[in-house]
Write a protein that binds this ligand. Structure first.
Ligand code: MD3
Ligand code: FE
Length: 201
């Protein structure tokens, strides 16, 4: 396995997925999108998120005027599709002695999309890691500390990179400042997909 680099306590595996691995994953994501379309959500504050989201697994994270939460049903009442084997395999490759993830959030960043600095704290037990897989266009990813006021650093995530958040970094503030639209040939219409795997509980 490739060397991992430590970045603000998060572990970044550069180029963990080969181009054929990435293509196979995109094809699995197309099947997911047929039964769980990418949707745009409102925040509790009433703004629209620029990132569109789909999901898989027992429950996926959604947002609306009443708040952020994990839901076992889509807004149309259907369950989420199963997490594909290709994606589960990455989780087990980069985590040790960890049960299967029960939640897979799939974020799509089109031109101009970004994600503000936030913490992931809606999971029942935040001792479990979060694993992120980047596909498609390059993204400027920012990580700080467990307080919003802590200094932050940024790095570029490229298609095939995998990030693991464990221990102290698990509650770090993080976000995506911008993507370089059209920088990767992986997705025919451009943009970036980020897959996050979690044990939401
Ligand atoms: C660092 N997604 O869905 S993934 C999210 O690229 C989210 O779409 C971003 O933040 C994206 O919640 C970043 C990488 C990530 C995920 C969780 C973290 C980094 C993290 C939790 C703690 C610290
Ligand atoms: Fe997050």
């Amino acid at each position: 396995m490739a060397e991992a680099l430590e970045f603000q306590g998060t572990r970044v595996w550069k180029g963990l997925l080969s181009r054929p691995d990435q293509e196979a994953m995109v094809s699995d994501l197309r099947s997911i999108a047929e039964v769980a379309p990418f949707r745009s959500y409102q925040t509790p504050g009433g703004n629209h998120m620029s990132v569109r989201m789909s999901g898989a697994g027992r429950a996926a994270w959604m947002s609306d005027r009443s708040g952020y939460a994990y839901h076992s049903k889509q807004p149309d009442g259907r369950s989420w599709p199963d997490i594909p084997e290709s994606i589960q395999a990455v989780w087990h490759q980069v985590t040790q002695d960890t049960p299967n993830p029960d939640s897979c959030l799939i974020n799509y960043y089109g031109e101009g999309a970004k994600m503000g600095l936030h913490q992931d704290r809606d999971e029942k037990d935040t001792q479990w890691p979060v694993v992120s897989i980047s596909l498609g266009d390059d993204a400027q990813f920012r990580v700080g500390g467990s307080s919003r006021k802590d200094p932050t650093r940024s790095t570029w995530l490229r298609s095939g990179d995998v990030v693991v958040m464990t221990g102290a970094s698990r509650l770090a503030f993080h976000g995506v400042d911008r993507i370089k639209f059209g920088s990767s040939p992986l997705l025919a219409r451009g943009g970036r997909i980020n897959i996050t795997l979690r044990i939401a509980g």
